[in-house]
Design a protein around this ligand. Structure first.
Ligand code: SAM
Length: 282
């Protein structure tokens, strides 16, 4: 008998991966957590049935959610990661010797436990002494922070369920306050190809634009996410990710990355017209 994992990308379009076996399935206080083993994509983490990470293409997402900000401001020292329980964003951040302190606020401790056991490829840095884990709601956590961080990365689930609050005006306002005057906010911004999230992502972008003087969208190709075309938000009090990109300094670090490079950073901000039109429409 063949086993297939299937995610409905819309009511009328599905994406399937052939599965060898299921490694774990449990219900936490927040969501259902599953890990599958597949030949094509390696291990796969899903939350409430939605694909979060595969061993084969996680490098694209984690390169793009971290290195764009790090190449724009090489002096980033203190970082807050909200969500990100698989550890992939933290793993990439730890490659920078200049980063002294990472706070990671993940609502669901069970995700971290499962990833430490079944996805060491991404979770390998979560025991590093520079990493401080807090198991609480990121929305509540940022309410009490002020001028503390150089970078906030919002590596959240979709804009419903536990992740819903991480797309609100209140949250973006609190992130602005939690950042210092050089602060950068990077958030996963879903895809706008299918109509399901297009309206909520347009709203999220407008909220960020209303909060930060610089607010841009950039893109990456992530094969296992809906439509394969994924967006990220870059917002900042000071830095422009194209004009202030310090390519020479980043390249001198000698970090080996499989997706990200500094030429690609410039191109990633050249977004397709259909997305520009949706973001700018009334
Ligand atoms: N790469 C993924 C994607 O975009 O599909 C995101 C993966 S990461 C596992 C997302 C994490 O965000 C989950 O572990 C989830 O528990 C966490 N999360 C969701 N809502 C949260 C909240 N309000 N505060 C903190 N963490 C949250």
């Amino acid at each position: 008998m063949e086993l297939w994992y299937t995610e409905n990308h819309t009511e009328e379009a599905r994406f399937s991966i052939k599965i060898d076996r299921q490694l774990v399935s449990l219900q936490s206080d927040f969501q259902r957590i599953d890990v599958f083993e597949s030949r094509e994509f390696g291990r796969i983490l899903t939350l409430d049935g939605y694909l979060m990470v595969t061993e084969k293409d996680e490098f694209i997402y984690h390169d793009m959610i971290t290195h764009v900000a790090m190449a724009t401001n090489p002096d980033i020292r203190k970082v807050l990661v909200i969500g990100g329980g698989d550890g992939g964003a933290v793993r990439e951040l730890l490659r920078y010797k200049t980063i002294a302190h990472i706070d990671m606020v993940e609502i669901d401790e069970e995700v971290v436990k499962v990833c430490k056991e079944y996805l060491p490829v991404t979770a390998c840095g979560l025991t590093d002494e520079r990493v401080h884990l807090y198991f609480e709601d990121g929305l509540k956590y940022v309410r009490t922070q002020e001028g503390k961080y150089d970078l906030i990365i919002v590596d959240s689930t979709d804009p419903f369920g536990p992740g819903e609050g991480l797309f609100t005006k209140e949250f973006y306002g609190n992130c602005y306050r939690a950042l210092n005057d050089k602060g950068i906010l990077v958030n996963q911004h879903e895809s706008m190809y299918y109509s399901s999230y297009a309206a909520s992502m347009k709203r999220a972008h407008q909220r960020i634009k209303g909060t930060f003087p610089i607010a841009k969208i950039y893109q990456a190709h992530i094969p296992t996410y809906p439509s394969g075309h994924w967006l990220f938000g870059f917002a900042s009090k000071k830095f422009n990710p194209i004009k202030d990109l310090d390519a020479d300094k980043w390249n001198q670090l000698g970090l080996k990355t499989r997706y990200y490079n500094t030429d690609l950073q410039v191109g990633a901000f050249a977004i397709p017209n259909y997305i520009k039109e949706q973001l700018e429409s009334d």
